[in-house]
Design a protein around this ligand. Structure first.
Ligand SMILES: NC(=O)c1ccc[n+]([C@@H]2O[C@H](COP(=O)([O-])OP(=O)(O)OC[C@H]3O[C@@H](n4cnc5c(N)ncnc54)[C@H](O)[C@@H]3O)[C@@H](O)[C@H]2O)c1
Length: 376
């Protein structure tokens, strides 16, 4: 079977391509080689076995050409920065998904299945439990709260002043608050509704933080792992925001590639959405400690009281639904670091650029310093 992987030159895309080739699929890749992700052009790791088309997934003529002769699609190309050009998230992520269906219907293409990259960001601030009011899906924290280093989430029920406890996020409720998250929620809806209408099975994959080799040095997503690793390699302390107790889950890119192909091959996955997350939640202090120990450094992180406006507090997905399709995490956080660090050392430029990034974020007023510390 010949399949198309949009964004196939990227991090998750290229590992998915490799697995597909290994399994005997013929693979076409459509990728813009977005300069912010690929400043040196087409990456060397992209297999010579793929039929490569450089172009924009939201350009109908280009997409039409890419979809010629394929029976399956992995739609992984995306705009995914922390920028304020909100329309680009919709154009690249959502509009392109609608275009895929438009082309299928117009050209009467025989597409057997579409797997789409979604994201944990569609859960927004995540899922919490208030001991008085039960399960809540809160909005993001307000600046006034963050300014006083009051990091945890309050119950949103009027009059309730309780902090809530974060709980693992299942697939049931979405509540995105960024243009990126909204673009992904919308593409999921298009995929399910149009997929059902035209009998084209679709599956949406809601990845948590994916890490591992080939994660672009320049992509906003590679943030914490790249920045901390480069700081430490250059014998400088990583800078932790808030109090370092924020929880996240991290998943190895090879586990994600397996999840993508499994979803494509399993009819039980049709028209469903799946979390693809890490084995468990890890707070940033623990994450940094493990990274420091894998790198064998004796450096303590800095916690200067900065916060990034728009960051979520605790977001940890649970992937039980995907596990029912016989998927599991085969790689630990230590494996992620080992594989990532090995790859980092193969890169030409290991300069630590944290200071530059910090200045840009401060100028944009994204990175701020808390002032009035809450006594707890
Ligand atoms: N990496 C993560 O932690 C993570 C988490 C959640 C969701 N995702 C999603 O997974 C998918 C893959 O992400 P990734 O981490 O591999 O990112 P990546 O940036 O490494 O890969 C994305 C690829 O898409 C290409 N691309 C961007 N805009 C394009 C366009 N307009 N037309 C064609 N190609 C274009 C880029 O050149 C790049 O090669 C994305 O849809 C992303 O939103 C990633």
């Amino acid at each position: 079977m010949k399949v198309l992987v949009t964004g196939g030159a990227g991090f998750i895309g290229s590992h998915t391509v490799d697995l597909l080739l290994k399994k005997g699929y013929k693979v076409k890749v459509l990728d813009l080689l977005q300069p912010r992700v690929h400043p040196y052009g087409k990456p060397k790791y992209l297999s010579s076995e793929v039929e490569f088309i450089q172009g924009d997934v939201s350009d109908k003529a280009v997409l039409e050409k890419a979809m010629e002769g394929v029976e399956g699609i992995f739609h992984l190309a995306a705009y995914q920065d922390y920028m304020t050009d909100f329309s680009n998230f919709i154009r690249v992520n959502t509009f392109s998904t609608a275009l895929i269906f438009e082309i299928i219907v117009e050209k009467k293409l025989d597409i057997k299945k579409i797997v789409l990259a979604s994201s944990q960001s569609i859960y927004g601030e995540g899922k919490y439990n208030c001991k008085t009011h039960g399960v809540q899906y809160p909005d993001s924290r307000i600046i006034k709260q963050l300014e006083s280093s009051d990091w945890e989430i309050y119950c949103p029920v009027a009059g309730c002043k309780e902090y809530m406890k974060s709980v693992l996020i299942d697939e049931a409720v979405t509540n995105p608050f960024t243009a990126y998250g909204i673009s992904k929620e919308a593409l999921e809806r298009l995929a399910v509704k149009l997929g059902k209408r035209y009998s084209i099975p679709t599956v949406s994959m809601r990845y948590s933080i994916v890490q591992g080799p080939r994660n672009s040095f320049f992509n906003a997503y590679s943030g914490v792992c790249r920045i901390f690793t480069l700081r430490l390699i250059n014998n400088k302390p990583p800078v932790i925001y808030e109090d370092g107790k924020q929880l996240r889950d991290y998943v190895h890119v090879l586990d994600v590639a397996r999840a993508n192909v499994l979803a494509f091959e399993s009819s039980q996955a049709d028209y469903e959405a799946f979390n693809v997350g890490g084995e468990k939640g890890t707070d940033l202090l623990e994450y940094t400690k493990i990274l420091i120990s894998v790198l064998n450094k004796k450096i303590e992180p800095l916690i200067p009281g900065y916060y990034r406006y728009g960051d979520t507090r605790h977001t940890v997905s649970i992937s039980e639904k995907l596990k029912k399709l016989s998927w599991k995490n085969e790689h630990s956080l230590e494996d992620i670091f080992r594989d990532y660090i090995k790859w980092v050392y193969e890169q030409p430029d290991l300069k630590d650029r944290y200071q530059e990034i910090e200045e840009v974020m401060k100028k944009q007023n994204v990175l701020r310093k808390a002032t009035n510390l809450v006594k707890k």
